[in-house]
Design a binder for this molecule. Structure first.
Ligand code: 13P
Length: 290
């Protein structure tokens, strides 16, 4: 069933467990996320980036047409609706007000307005505007301060979040969830991440909103455990799950050689990604609704 995940994240914050927010790129990845939720009985979030934004062509995903966006959002809504497990639909990394409204219009129950690369004042101003609009619509809002690096293979602009800035930002915007930079990076880890567990705890104590970890795939079970214990609630997760799906598809493709057929490769990818996510949902200690 489709839910605004806010109540679940508030419960997660109170009871020290994490909730996976898994990025999808197409119909198969949506299916994998839902299968993982159903296998574990645990709530999840399906996340989709704002790929029809004017700058989307520069992203690793490439731009989507409005037609593709609408169709994928329709499938996400359908698939989440028929699931017995609570599923939030989240618009990830959107840097415009219009993009947030577009996401909501097509079914998002929460949105991330990401102005973390602009000035603190501009970040506050735009986040406030989105929070105002979303209040009326029962949609939750995530923003980011500090900056989690790693987009498109660069750590340029990466900066840890300070508790003082979190306090100030929350006081000015009333944002529902706050993405914080605590040592993770988006994409592949090429060296051991320097996770700041004490900083996570200080941030949790500074504001009442659930904290979001970006760059959440690729950590160890112990690292997830410590992040969650110290106050991370929403775990954004993409690269390593997509890689697991690709690995399984390649395995079937290589084994079958010229006789390889798409349904077998796609089916293996979906199953492998679902199993991988289900294992991680356990690492996050998400509370089952079964
Ligand atoms: P990873 O691809 O590093 O898991 O990060 C996902 C993310 O933070 C999406 O917002």
């Amino acid at each position: 069933m489709i839910v605004n995940i806010k109540d679940i994240l508030i419960d997660a914050r109170k009871n020290n467990y994490g909730v996976g927010a898994f990025n999808v790129s197409d119909y198969s990845t949506v299916e994998a996320v839902c299968l993982a939720a159903e296998k574990t009985g645990c709530p999840v979030m399906i996340q989709i980036g704002d790929w029809i934004a004017p700058n989307a062509a520069e992203t690793v995903m490439g731009a989507m047409s409005m037609f593709d966006y609408k169709n994928l959002m329709s499938f996400i809504k359908y698939r989440a609706e028929v699931s017995p497990i609570p599923i939030g639909i989240h618009l990830d990394h959107c840097n415009t007000y219009e993009g947030c409204l577009r996401g909501i219009q097509h079914g998002a129950t929460s949105v991330m307005i990401d102005v973390s690369m602009e000035s603190f004042e501009d970040n506050i101003a735009l986040t406030k505007k989105v929070v105002e609009a979303c209040k009326e619509l029962d949609v939750s809002v995530e923003a980011e301060i500090g900056h989690v690096g790693g987009h498109f293979g660069t750590t340029e602009g990466a900066a840890y979040t300070t508790p003082e800035s979190a306090k100030e930002f929350f006081a000015q915007t009333g944002v529902d969830f706050l993405a914080v930079a605590i040592g993770t990076v988006h994409g592949e880890y090429t060296s051991e991440p320097q996770l700041q567990y004490d900083l996570i705890a200080e941030l949790r104590d500074a504001i009442p909103s659930p904290l979001v970890m970006h760059g959440g795939s690729g950590l160890s079970p112990e690292q997830y455990g410590r992040c969650v214990e110290n106050g991370i609630t929403k775990i954004n997760f993409a690269t390593y799950a997509w890689r697991e799906a690709a690995r399984a598809a390649k395995e079937v493709g290589n084994a079958d050689g010229d006789k390889a057929i798409y349904p077998a490769m796609n089916g293996a990818a979906i199953q492998a990604m679902a199993d991988y996510l289900a294992k991680h949902i356990e690492y996050f200690k998400t509370k089952s609704v079964k």
